[in-house]
Design a protein around this ligand. Structure first.
Ligand code: AMP
Length: 299
């Protein structure tokens, strides 16, 4: 099944306890699409500025990603600056420059419109809604968001949630969205806003999947070193949605397998800065780690 994703394509400045990088490739749609491209065809809707290197678009195309929907607009590419604490589950956004995203009017190419799966990765919920409105009738709609959008655009975000089947949030976002500290209470309140299921990402503690009648938990892969958590959530979503697209099956066992594939892709994303680890990966690496994951959780 074909996936359409909308989100940010960005330049990031990132500081972690292990080092610092500037002007590296980032963005929610970038991490998502590269991770998903290991499983299924992905088409991206986004905007970049004239400062965005052709070589990075070429990299996306080399992964089989359709970039027709990435508009090149006058101005500068979206920029995000973040710093992680010693406890890398915590980070501060130091700077956020919307740049070309400030005036972006997404135009979904005709060739994308019949995609069966749509993923609305982190961006203004108004833009997420606009992309959804231009698609035919996707069989599955997933969405992600961030504290910035929950705080600044709550009304638009809540309006969007009525059209979303699966929402992915981290535990801080789940608390902010629901007003509940306890993760189970938070999930129940989020489900009441519309999504049929919610995936709560808990950094090094793994992920919890809640639907009206079940809870499923997967740990994070125990790595010796986490270098840069940026993009882990988007890579998780890419592996999760990619696996569902590959199987074409949205029943519970397939959803559980997809959650493990999402966790596999997130574990690779954090092993290096930016998309460096994902760039060097092949399908055998993905399958090997999937098998290690199964062994890790079997009893
Ligand atoms: P994650 O670590 O999965 O939350 O994703 C981090 C990526 O999201 C970075 O590469 C940033 O470029 C991008 N990003 C950060 N803040 C925002 C925002 N408010 N809207 C859209 N994308 C963002």
């Amino acid at each position: 099944m074909k996936i359409v994703v909308v989100g940010s394509v960005a330049f990031d400045n990132v500081e972690t306890p292990f080092g610092k990088v500037e002007n590296v490739l980032g963005g929610s749609a970038t991490f998502f699409s590269v991770a998903a491209s290991f499983f299924a065809p992905v088409s991206v809707v986004a905007v970049v500025g004239q400062d965005f290197p052709a070589s990075e678009l070429e990299f996306l195309r080399s992964r089989g990603i359709d970039t027709e929907g990435i508009e090149i607009a006058a101005g500068r590419t979206f920029r995000w600056t973040g710093r992680y604490h010693e406890d890398m589950n915590l980070r501060d956004t130091l700077d956020l420059q919307l740049n070309v995203f400030a005036d972006f009017q997404p135009k979904v190419p005709r060739s994308y419109r019949e995609a069966e799966i749509c993923f609305l990765s982190t961006i203004h919920p108004g833009l997420q809604k606009s992309v959804l409105g231009q698609l035919g009738k996707p069989r599955l709609v997933g969405a992600d968001t961030m504290t910035h959008w929950i705080q600044q655009t709550r009304g638009e975000l809540e309006a969007l949630l009525a059209d979303v089947e699966v929402l992915t949030v981290n535990d801080e976002e789940a608390r902010l969205l629901s007003g509940e500290r306890n993760v189970v209470h938070a999930a129940r309140k989020i489900l009441a806003l519309g999504p049929k299921s919610v995936l709560i990402k808990r950094g090094e503690y793994g992920v919890l999947h809640f639907s009206s009648d079940s809870i499923f938990a997967v740990p994070a892969f125990p790595l010796e070193q986490v270098f840069d958590p940026t993009g882990a959530g988007d890579a998780f979503a890419g592996g999760f949605i990619g696996s569902l697209a590959k199987s074409g099956d949205f029943a519970a066992p397939s959803v559980r397998r997809a959650i493990v594939y999402g966790s596999v892709m997130a574990s690779f994303a954090v092993e290096d800065f930016s998309l460096n680890r994902l760039r060097a990966l092949d399908g055998d690496d993905v399958e090997r780690r999937y098998r290690q994951f199964v062994a890790l959780t079997e009893f």
